[in-house]
Ligand binder design. Sequence first.
Ligand code: FES
Length: 102
Amino acid sequence: MAWFQSIPAADVHTQGAVGVEVDGLRIALFSLDGDIHATGNICTHAFALLTDGHVENGCVECPLHQGLFDIRTGKAQGTPVTKDIATYAVDIRDGQVWVDTD
Ligand code: FES
């Protein structure tokens, strides 16, 4: 396990989706139904930041070609995306989001 502190949880809840760099990784933090989820922030189809996309029904839509990923599982939801994005464990400590990059 390699836990890293990122940003205040309140910032994620306010903005809905926030890109951060943690342990050299580009990670997306999403606020969904009161919980925070962490995924890779780079689309697996081509380079696009998922935090620039649209969140709906628990999925993020890539801004470039509209590929969909399930935010909770990272699962690609069909063409043009076929490769899942990484997901990371999240913990909230003293109001700060911690992400496990292992
Ligand atoms: Fe994300 Fe093409 S870059 S769907």
